[in-house]
Structures are given as C-alpha cells and as structure tokens.
Design a protein around this ligand. Structure first.
Ligand code: NDP
Length: 328
C-alpha cells in the first residue's frame, strides 16, 4: 500500500517514514523543495519518492500530489511548524498549521478517492488547558484557546495545534460522506534519536533541544525546567501513526501518546549514571516533585497496542545519538 506523508523531513516524520519502509509500505513524501526531496530520498536509499508542495497554505496546495501520486491508500499529515520563536505568528505558525491541515483534507477529498484513512499529528497542546479535566487529561478534553489568544507569542504554538486539529474534525463533520476517516495522534514532548543529518552542530528539533543543551554542557549550574510535563519516546509515536493506518478500530479517534509525567532532574540523573563521561557537563539533579497532573493514555495501549519505552531506555538512546552529533 502507498502512504502520502507530509513533514517527512522533520524529526517525527522521518521516524514514521523509517517504520513505514520497515513494514513494507510505499512512501510518497510531500516536501517543500526539490533539494529537500532529493536529500530525503538519498537518506532512505531511494526507497521514498517525493512531490513538491511549496506552500501548504495555498488553496489547492496538495491537489497536484494527490492527482499525480498514483493510488494513495493512506495519508499522514505531520508537517506543522514546531518552533517557539517567530516574528509573525499568523504567517509563520498559525496559518501553516491550520490551513495546512484543511488543505490536505480538501485535496484528498477531491483528488484521492483511494484514500481510506488520514492521520494527523496533533499534540497534547490540544488538550492541556481544559479546566474541566481537573488535572487528569483524556481524549475528551479540548484546550479552550482562541485564535485571538494564539496571537500572543507564548500561546502561538499551542493554539496552532489545537486550532489545526479542530479544523480537521470540523471538516470531517461537515463532510459526512467523505471516503476516508480521520485519526489524530496527540503526543506529549517527544524525545528520541535523530535519524536525519542535522544542518549544523547547533541545530536540533525543538523537543530534543534541552537534552542537546545538557549534552553540550550548557546547563552546568542548574537543571532546567521541563517545557512540557509529559514525555513520550519517538519510536512509540511513529508506531502509533503506522498502527493508526493499519487498525480499523483506530478510525475516528484521538489518541493521547504519553508514557508518563517527568522532571528534567530525572532525565539528568539517568544521563549522569549512564554516561560518566558527561558528568562534568551536567548539573546536579535535585529531588524536584513532578507536576500534579495526569494523562490517560490507556486508549493508545488498548487500541493501538503501544507498549511504551521506558524513560531510561529513551534517555539512553537519545543521549547516544546527541553525543554522536556533538562529536563526544
Ligand atoms: P520538526 O521541526 O523536526 O519537523 C517539522 C516538519 O514540518 C518538517 O518536515 C518541516 O518541513 C515541516 N514544516 C514545518 N513548517 C512548515 C511549513 N510552513 N510548510 C510546510 N512544512 C512545514 O518538528 P517535529 O518533527 O517535532 O514535529 C512534527 C509534528 O509533530 C508537528 O505537527 C508537531 O506539532 C508535532 N508534535 C511534535 C512533538 C514533539 O515533541 N516533537 C510533540 C507533539 C506534536 P521542512 O523540513 O521543510 O522545514
């Protein structure tokens, strides 16, 4: 079967591609330029083909790739800006996230009648903030953040994810006769090894950034705060996307993907114990309490069959990859 994937040049998307290839799927990646497509294909030994979608916010942006992509069975939309700094919240973050998820659904609806299932990479950000959760988040919860509020820099990324996911579910309810169904994967902060080469020593995707800074000795004084209170291993996130296209029971569901809550002190403790060579670069961990918050991820275990990797395994695997990147 053939899978059209967006965001394949990113951290999450590249791991999804790897698992799709390993499981024998044909992969068609929508990328922003010829150069990025060629790099991606050569990294995956030409086992991936690509099509160019320069601007995912343009009306009909995915029409050509859907029209000319042959028989596409599944779509995984993981492209969305995950950066905290920006100068124009609408142009750089909100529009690509929101309009991008609408455009892909529109094009699939119009030009790809063979598609059975679309999987959208959403986020815990779509749930965190729902006061009715009272600190225990489930798939029924929705962050109440509005578009207006999302224009504030500290809210922009969170708002982009919630509004993009909302837009996708709205599209499905406005099109009850659609030939495909939707599943969303809502991960916490994702740690994991890098599988694509980085453009410079400093550059790493946002969710691995703190771990990278620790490995590089940039937090010797104090353990930094966790930017998101719950974490998950990239291998589990990628597998969840693949299972979401495979398992019919996953259709029409949202899935929280979280192993557990954590503190950065726990991460640092594992790094210090497992990698004595790094000790001089790392701060002393404290006994910091975990945030009083919970995430109900049993649905991902029951329906998608995810058996979560442990924090120990995840931190070790990620740290090895980051040490290699940093020449340690
Ligand atoms: P990366 O920055 O590593 O990858 C982002 C991907 O999205 C890249 O392929 C990038 O393409 C593409 N992209 C970003 N902006 C645009 C745009 N304006 N137009 C077209 N493509 C764009 O981030 P992640 O892999 O971590 O994120 C992937 C998805 O996972 C996102 O939807 C993110 O919100 C979600 N997510 C990530 C979490 C995490 O902890 N990492 C947690 C929860 C959700 P290019 O290479 O061309 O820039």
């Amino acid at each position: 079967s053939k899978v059209l994937i967006t965001g394949g040049t990113g951290f999450v998307g590249s791991h999804i591609i790897q698992q799709l290839i390993d499981q024998g799927y044909e992969v068609l990646a929508a990328v922003r330029s010829q150069e990025k497509g060629k790099e991606l294909c050569s990294h995956f030994n030409e086992k991936v083909s690509f099509g160019i979608v320069e601007d995912i916010t343009a009306p009909g942006s995915f029409d050509n790739i859907c029209k000319n992509g042959g028989t596409i069975d599944y779509v995984i939309h993981s492209a969305s800006p995950f950066v905290y700094g920006h100068s124009d919240p609408e142009k750089e973050i909100l529009q690509p996230a929101i309009q991008g998820s609408l455009e892909i659904l529109r094009s699939v609806m119009k030009w790809a009648p063979s598609v059975k299932q679309v999987v959208l990479t959403s986020s815990l950000a779509s749930m965190i903030g729902d006061a009715s959760a009272q600190g225990v988040f489930k798939e029924t919860h929705w962050n109440p953040i509005t578009y207006e509020q999302s224009l504030q820099p500290e809210n922009t990324y969170i708002g982009s994810k919630k509004l993009a996911e909302k837009k996708a579910w709205e599209f499905m309810s406005e099109n009850p006769g659609a030939h495909f169904s939707l599943t969303t994967i809502n991960p916490g902060l994702i740690f994991g090894p890098l599988i694509l080469p980085v453009s410079s020593e400093e550059s790493v995707n946002t969710s691995n950034q703190l771990l990278d800074e620790l490995v590089r000795g940039q937090h010797t004084d104090k353990v930094p705060d966790a930017p998101v209170p719950a974490w998950v291993d990239i291998r589990d996130v990628a597998l969840a996307h693949v299972r979401a296209i495979q398992f019919e029971a996953a259709r029409d569901h949202r899935f929280i993907l979280v192993n557990d809550i954590y503190t950065m002190d726990e991460v640092v403790e594992i790094m210090r114990r497992q990698f004595p060579i790094l000790r001089g670069r790392l701060p002393e961990p404290q006994e910091t309490p975990r945030a009083p918050i919970q995430f109900e991820s049993s649905k991902s275990q029951k329906i998608l069959g995810i058996k979560y990797h442990s924090l120990e395994d995840c931190v070790v695997t990620t740290t090895k990859s980051l040490m290699k990147k940093n020449g340690i």
